[in-house]
Design a protein around this ligand. Structure first.
Ligand code: NDP
Ligand code: ZN
Length: 191
């Protein structure tokens, strides 16, 4: 195996090991106790299999994309373990948690167009993953209206991420349409 391939595999598996450790006590918001790590793995998979992206820095950053935002992992941890380039992609995908939720959501819409192409691709895959979950395994406590509002918001964010990866953009469009139909037909969703 070439040195490059070996280094690529190493960084991806270091990212998997780190993210799975940091997210280990967390679950998704669905009703099946889904381990949180399933989501970052799904985001990385979408980049590779749908977006045709094979740059190991982007794949590792996708695996790590929720660690700073949602776990005790720090900027310093990610920089020390994965270097400045991967850190910068992760930070581009990290909301400022000191801000109120509504402001964070507004900033995702406003800031999206100014992000690097790599971060735009990670964010596109993140939204595909979450929007598919909204249709298939929705957060248990959310009302139908809240699910619809979430889908509407992702569409606003994604409109600011277009122009970097057509397959991911097309997949998002298909997925949001399908999830919208599923949500519209839901009867048992709370409240
Ligand atoms: P959250 O940000 O709290 O939750 C959405 C996030 O949860 C997703 O982006 C995803 O993030 C993660 N997630 C975990 N499990 C799932 C799953 N099964 N399916 C999809 N996503 C999942 O919620 P909101 O985006 O709604 O933000 C809160 C906002 O909602 C506030 O602005 C507040 O004002 C409003 N609100 C609305 C209510 C209503 O009834 N309309 C009620 C309460 C609040 P990740 O990629 O990071 O995992
Ligand atoms: Zn995410």
């Amino acid at each position: 195996m070439s040195q490059k391939k070996e280094d690529d595999l190493k960084v991806i598996f270091e990212a998997l090991a780190f993210a799975s450790k940091m997210h280990s006590s967390q679950r998704r918001k669905d009703n099946r106790d889904t381990p949180y790590i399933n989501h970052p793995i799904d985001v990385a998979r979408l980049l590779i299999t749908e977006g045709g992206i094979t740059d190991s820095s982007v794949i590792a950053a996708a695996i790590l994309h929720d660690t700073i935002e949602d776990t005790e992992a720090t900027v310093e941890d990610i920089e020390a373990l994965f270097g400045k380039k991967i850190l910068s992609f992760v930070l581009e995908c990290t909301d400022d948690k000191s801000l109120p939720k509504a402001e964070r959501k507004r900033l995702q819409v406003v800031n999206g167009p100014h992000k690097s192409p790599e971060a735009k691709c990670i964010k596109l895959s993140d939204k595909i993953s979450n929007v598919r979950d909204i249709g298939e395994y929705p957060p248990v406590l959310w009302s139908k209206q809240r699910l619809i509002e979430y889908l509407d918001w992702t569409q606003e964010v994604v409109n600011g991420l277009r122009g970097v990866n057509k397959p991911l953009e097309d997949l998002y469009d298909k997925t949001v349409e399908k999830s919208r139909e599923k949500v519209e037909s839901m009867t048992g969703q709370s409240k």
